[in-house]
Ligand binder design. Structure first.
Ligand SMILES: C[S@@+](CC[C@H](N)C(=O)[O-])C[C@H]1O[C@@H](n2cnc3c(N)ncnc32)[C@H](O)[C@@H]1O
Ligand code: SF4
Length: 435
């Protein structure tokens, strides 16, 4: 290109190209999802590191619901955010099913009074088998919850007991009958592998029995070990996991059996049955694709455009601050454009696929231009397919997904935290070790 002498060409703005867009489309609110964290459980499972509170009384739970509803209503007064149209609400925990149905309904209604919702918004809730009782299930479904997730983990009574689960195998079947009687259509069940000392036969039985329930979705969670869980402490003291070879065999077994049973893989652990549901979980799209996500309650995280922030964890302190009208943010960061791009790849690949058009629309540049060398490395390792329209994990890439994400990390991402920084979302070396 050469510089050209232009004598007269007036400009009063830039860019120069516009289209005729219908006003209602142009001024439409941006879609978002909401997550509400309910931190109450009756027992702490040995593998779990979620922010949960054991042994709460009804007064604390009521105060917590009051505080969450107030936090939801206050969101509108945060000046830097536009108004959002809510496409998915996820009430998770902890065990939301521990709350009374009137409290759950109140949380849902507060969200609906504060935000506009899409007509077919997905409204999800988590139960454990002990809390899934018929009267409560009917009440929450009638209030508007239309997706239910039930944590089972295993059908082996001994493993349930050894992991301090709050329910028995019998409870699982009773809960599932109640869910069917309450006419929940979109039901997901969570199973988890490998539990400490779990044998392949126990996992096979769990996968088969989960399939036999005929749920719309099954989430087969690969175990994450975090240092503040009982598992984390046991491993740090020399106890061993079942080993990677067996874990890999379990992962492949679940994939094969679920596929045989007509399920499609949607995330690296999440499967849905197209004959029973239209999708796996719409909330998951917002969560993994890093679309706007607004979190309420203790430890809830929000990711809104380039702002990423997480609420404090202590229940009493959270309630006190909300009552006093103080902010409840614990830590936060502003994403650089480069981090946002990496985030879209790493988290997008958790959903097995990143659409090239979505990357280009969001960042104005082709993914191949930004991540050409990472893509070439992963193609060579046979962990991704570089297709014309998307980057997609291969089957091997789904088994080694953690290795795929690592290709997108920078030195800056994995260096130890400096003074004043909070390390978040990356397990420590003890938790990563294999026997
Ligand atoms: C908040 S819990 C679900 C609801 C309910 N509290 C329950 O456990 O039944 C969500 C799911 O996270 C999964 N989970 C918990 N700890 C995990 C870990 N350390 N690694 C992988 N998945 C885990 C479990 O499968 C659990 O069902
Ligand atoms: S797995 Fe579920 S029931 Fe167990 S401690 Fe975690 S949140 Fe509570």
């Amino acid at each position: 290109m050469s510089a050209e002498k232009i004598e007269r060409r007036n400009i009063h703005t830039y860019p120069f190209k516009y289209t005729h867009t219908p006003a209602e489309e142009f001024f439409a609110s941006e879609k978002a999802a909401i997550y509400v964290h309910i931190p109450f459980c009756t027992k702490r499972c040995h593998f779990c590191d979620y922010v949960v509170r054991i042994g709460s009384n009804s007064s604390l739970r009521e105060q917590y619901v009051d505080a969450v509803c107030k936090e939801i209503r206050q969101f509108r007064s945060i000046p830097c955010f536009p108004s959002f149209l809510i496409d998915a609400l996820y009430v998770g925990g902890g065990t939301p099913g521990l709350l009374e149905s009137r409290q759950l309904t109140r949380i849902l209604k507060t969200c609906q009074d504060t935000f506009a919702f899409t007509e077919d918004a997905e409204i999800s809730i988590e139960f454990d088998p002990r809390t899934a009782r018929l009267d409560k299930l009917i009440e929450v479904r009638e209030a508007g919850f239309n997706r239910l997730s039930l944590g089972l983990q295993t059908f082996d009574q001994h493993l349930l007991y050894a992991n301090n689960r709050p329910h028995t195998v019998e409870d699982i079947y009773e809960a599932y009958d109640a869910i069917a009687s309450a006419r929940f259509v979109h039901t997901n069940v969570d199973i988890l592998y490998p539990l400490l000392d779990q044998k392949m036969e126990q996992w096979e039985e769990t996968v088969q029995k989960a399939i036999a329930l005929k749920p719309a979705a099954i989430t087969a969670y690969p175990l994450e070990v975090w240092s503040n869980s009982a598992y984390g402490k046991w491993l740090a003291n020399g106890r061993k996991t079942v080993g990677w070879a067996l874990e890999e065999a379990m992962s492949r077994y679940a994939y094969d059996r679920l596929e045989d049973a007509g399920f499609q893989r949607n995330t690296t652990g999440g499967y849905y049955h197209p004959g029973r549901a239209r999708r796996y979980c719409r909330y998951g799209d917002y969560y993994w694709r890093t679309w706007p996500l607004i979190g309420f309650g203790v430890s809830a995280k929000s990711v809104i455009h380039d702002r990423l922030y997480t609420n404090m964890q202590d229940v009493e302190e959270y309630i006190r601050r909300i009552q006093d009208g103080q902010p409840v943010i614990d830590f936060s960061t502003r994403l650089t454009r480069r981090q946002e791009m990496r985030r879209v790849m790493i988290r997008g690949l958790k959903l097995c696929k990143v659409a090239k058009s979505e990357f280009r629309d969001r960042f104005g540049v082709a993914v191949d231009v930004v991540f050409g060398s990472e893509i070439a490395t992963l193609v060579e390792a046979r962990w991704i397919h570089d297709r014309a329209d998307c980057i997609e994990l291969t089957r091997e890439g789904q088994v080694y997904d953690r290795s795929v994400y690592a290709v997108f990390y920078t030195e800056e991402d994995i260096r130890p935290p400096r003074e004043g920084e909070v390390q978040y979302g990356l397990s420590d070396p003890v938790a990563d070790c294999d026997p």
